[in-house]
Design a protein. Sequence first.
Length: 255
Amino acid sequence: MIIHSYRQDSLPMIILDDSFFQGVEIETCLATFSARLIEDLLARDWIEKIPNVEFSSNASVTSYVYLFKDCHIGICHFPVGASVAHGAMIETSALFHVKNWVVFGSCGGLVPVQPGHLLLMKEAYRDEGTSYHYMEPSDFIDLPGSALIQTFYEKHQLAYIEGKVWTTDAFYRETKEEVQEHIAQGCIGVDMEASALQAVSQSFGLNYYPFFYTADSLAGEEHEVGILGYEGEKDIRVEMTFLAKKFAEEMLEAK
């Protein structure tokens, strides 16, 4: 069965060894799923592209890594979806020796809250295929990086809701029955990457810190688009960038 794909003692055919290192160490890197956000940060002159380095997690997406101009923290764009996002994580980690990943983005709300509300996820339901190649099968995977995020939120008195996230590959097959099932399990949001990125992080010895905010909602009888993809999400994306950056500066870089 597909969920039994993990082979603990079997080595991968493709290994990104130290020969891929580009000579610039970025211990902590932010990742967004929004290409528009990267364009916005460039237009504001807040980040600069590391020259002569590009990579591709699939044939249609070329990625670059950027540095904030006021610190040595990176930011890059992850493609949406576990299978390609985990490739970007692995490749960028090899290229720049990244150890800490602060990954932020929107999710579908499974609780009735306003768009833009912070959600703190302690576990992820593994309804995707990638994670089963990196660890033994289970329904949920712990997200241990959320403990440090919680400390950060409470330090700054930020309002959040704590729960679990449902990670799925098939966002057009999020049925009413599935939504209710995962709500009963304690899931408060649905995304497409978290469980896979956590499994990959554990496999490669990386630290994964997932930041979530709500954009659309599946908490009611019908899907509500909310701010997903609209101009109203633009400001929230910028706010989340600097919240994630502040977390990295205070909780990771200061260690």
